[in-house]
Design a protein around this ligand. Structure first.
Ligand code: KG4
Ligand code: ZN
Length: 371
């Protein structure tokens, strides 16, 4: 049994996160976690401003890592590896985490382990049960992704379905903004929808949002039609009420829009999840990513997975959004699969960029198993 204490860093977007995890072949423990969220800063602009994000990471990363170490009860000399997100994400943000992780690993003389952000999201589910081992089906729903993966081993993910345009989280944020919710609108949309379902079921029934599940036999999604439908609906409602801005619409109307939109997204995702379970035959299903915090999606996933006689592994809400622990968990399994990084590890904004660099042997990643 190989036990490892890993310090992991995540800085791919607007959260500076660090965590210390203790991993073995059959147990996963989070010793600490610390996150500095930049939401308040970016909310002023209605979305993430990449340059500001990089600067905030630079400002906070030392304190976040120190706090994670202090809370973990272990000392720097107990750290046996440093894990870090190197792709995909905002390049300036990723570079801050990668540079910091490199320096720390180098100074401590321990391995540096590169982690893909999406695999990290799925890995958050390992903390829900020590019995979760691949193969399994993973649905990752975040601000940048809505994808279904056949997870063959701890490190091999085959994408079997994805969004052709916006991600679900992006759609939540954009529609939230149209009805006056501050960035990021996902969590506030969740609450507004809950109020809509409870108080105004008749109003919701009158709106027929299009489904984001593409009906062409694939496992792909499209959220742009749903977003345009919401925009047109909000404009029509504004005209009806002689208003200029969706934020001023009556509370009941905003609740019904949030609920109708949430229902369309959760029904669409559950329908593709159902097809994916049928197609793959997997009995272990992981649902992860920032949008997996959505209470309606959690309920829809539970229902769908139970109906298939399968078992759902969904991280607690605290591990759905970006965090260091998920990167620590995946870092352990990457290392166990003989993956580590040289000090020339680079960061990549897109999965395609990372893939091309890997094929050319220019990403700084050492894959012993591939030799
Ligand atoms: O995974 P994440 O923290 O960052 C990315 O990797 O993108 O996901 C952030 C996304 C945002 O779009 C946010 O609005 C959404 O997750 N989100 C939610 C909820 N909580 C966060 N969306 C719907 N309902 C929620 N409760
Ligand atoms: Zn994320």
């Amino acid at each position: 049994m190989t036990k490892m204490i890993i310090l992991a860093i995540e800085s791919s977007c607007d959260d500076t996160a660090a965590s210390v995890v203790e991993m073995t072949d059959n147990s996963r423990r989070i010793l600490s976690g610390c996150v500095n969220s930049q939401i308040k800063t970016h909310a002023l602009y209605g979305g993430v401003v990449p340059e500001i994000a990089s600067r905030e990471h630079i400002e906070h990363i030392s304190a976040v890592v120190k706090e994670a170490l202090d809370r973990s009860g272990v000392s720097l000399s107990d750290i046996e590896a440093v894990g870090v997100t190197y792709s995909p994400g905002l390049i300036g943000s990723l570079l801050v985490g990668v540079s910091f992780a490199k320096s720390l690993a180098f100074a401590l003389g321990v391995p540096l382990i590169p982690v893909e952000h999406i695999k990290g999201h799925a890995a958050a589910a390992y903390f829900t049960s020590d019995t979760l081992v691949p193969p399994f089906l993973a649905l990752v729903v975040s601000g940048g992704h809505t994808s279904l993966y056949s997870v063959k081993t701890y490190t091999e993910f085959d994408e079997i379905g994805s969004t052709r345009d916006d991600a679900a989280g992006e759609a939540f944020d954009k529609v939230g903004r149209m009805i006056g919710l501050p960035y990021p609108g996902g969590a506030a949309m969740d609450r507004l929808a809950a109020e809509g379902f409870e108080k105004y079921p008749d109003g919701i029934g009158k709106i027929k949002f299009p489904s984001p599940a593409i009906s062409d036999g694939t496992l792909d999604f499209s959220f742009s039609g749903l977003k345009t439908f919401a925009l047109n609906l909000i404009n029509t409602e504004c005209q009806k009420h002689s208003l200029k801005d969706g934020k001023d619409l009556p509370h009941e109307v905003r609740c019904c829009i949030a609920a109708g939109f949430t229902k369309a997204i959760t029904d669409g995702i559950a329908s593709k999840l159902s097809s994916a379970i049928d197609m793959t035959g997997y009995k272990k299903i992981v649902v992860a990513g920032g949008v997996a915090a959505n209470s309606h999606l959690r309920a829809a996933a539970e229902k769908c997975v139970t109906e298939h006689g399968a078992e759902l592994f969904i991280p607690p809400v605290s591990l759905c959004g970006d965090n260091g622990a998920m990167i620590g968990a995946q870092a352990y399994f990457e290392y166990m699969s003989d993956v580590s990084a040289a000090t020339c590890l680079n960061a990549f904004a897109s999965e395609d960029g990372a893939q091309t660099a890997a094929e050319e042997g220019k990403d700084g990643i050492i894959r012993k198993a591939a030799l």
